[in-house]
Design a protein around this ligand. Structure first.
Ligand code: BG6
Ligand code: MG
Length: 224
């Protein structure tokens, strides 16, 4: 793990700041049920950090189901409607341990913070969680040409914050996100387990296990 202090922090959303993975799973499972095959929580791991359309393709692969190209957007939209329905009751109680505290510490310490989520629902989710004002820049997933593990989303976040990519640290729960951060020249903190995220530069079960020490516009990270 790099000892140089960081000048910016970039967060993934689903699985890092909020536990929405269970809602994504329930909505995809409903679609799988409708299409007539089983879809387990274990299978769902493959969908984490992956774009909506690519997730659909993986789901269809798991079910060994072939559909017309023209049907794919219809199925992806149906899943998204169910997902958004499940988000109806989302409120700040869904924030994961340490999320609010670390965003607060970074804000107080003058460290610019960006959100870099593949989710096109990210804007709505952070509004519901009441954390939107804590981000200086929120990437619009719809404008990112290449999904994680391509570095595009994190490079856009660094550009939006006006910092060098190498000076930013990324918090991610998906292997594709860790790879994307590395491809962008960034240090990646894995939120989860070392087994699930072997390429991460540092691992924490959740954000509450990390020590965010900010001074003079720089951040030094430690494990608690
Ligand atoms: C990621 C999730 O954050 O966003 C994926 O980890 C999800 O599971 C992706 O597929 C896209 O989300 P959405 O809300 O645009 O369908
Ligand atoms: Mg995630």
């Amino acid at each position: 793990m790099q000892q140089t202090p960081f000048r910016a922090a970039i967060f993934d959303l689903d699985g890092v700041l909020v536990d929405t993975a269970k809602y994504h799973y329930r909505a995809w499972k409903r679609l799988a049920d409708q299409l007539g095959f089983d879809f387990s929580e274990h299978d769902n791991e493959r969908l984490k950090g992956v774009s909506r359309m690519r997730s659909l393709e993986i789901l269809l692969e798991i079910g060994n189901v072939t559909v017309l190209e023209s049907e794919k957007p219809v199925l992806a939209d149906r899943k998204n409607r169910w997902y958004v329905e499940l988000l109806g009751t989302l409120d700040p109680s869904a924030l994961l341990p340490g999320a609010l505290a670390c965003l607060g510490a970074l804000g107080d310490g003058g460290i610019p913070v960006a959100l870099a989520s593949a989710s096109k629902n990210a804007g709505m989710v952070i509004e519901k969680l009441k954390i939107a004002p804590l981000f200086r820049y929120v990437v619009d997933a719809a404008t990112i040409a290449n999904a994680k593990p391509s570095p595009d989303i994190f490079l856009d976040a660094a550009r939006g914050l006006g910092v060098d990519p190498q000076s930013a640290v990324v918090f991610e729960d998906a292997p594709a996100g860790i790879d994307a951060a590395h491809a962008a020249g960034m240090i990646a903190v894995g939120i989860g387990t070392a087994e699930a995220l072997p390429a991460a530069d540092m691992i924490a079960a959740d954000l509450s296990r990390l020590d965010f020490r900010c001074a003079g516009g720089t951040l030094v990270l430690g494990l608690l």
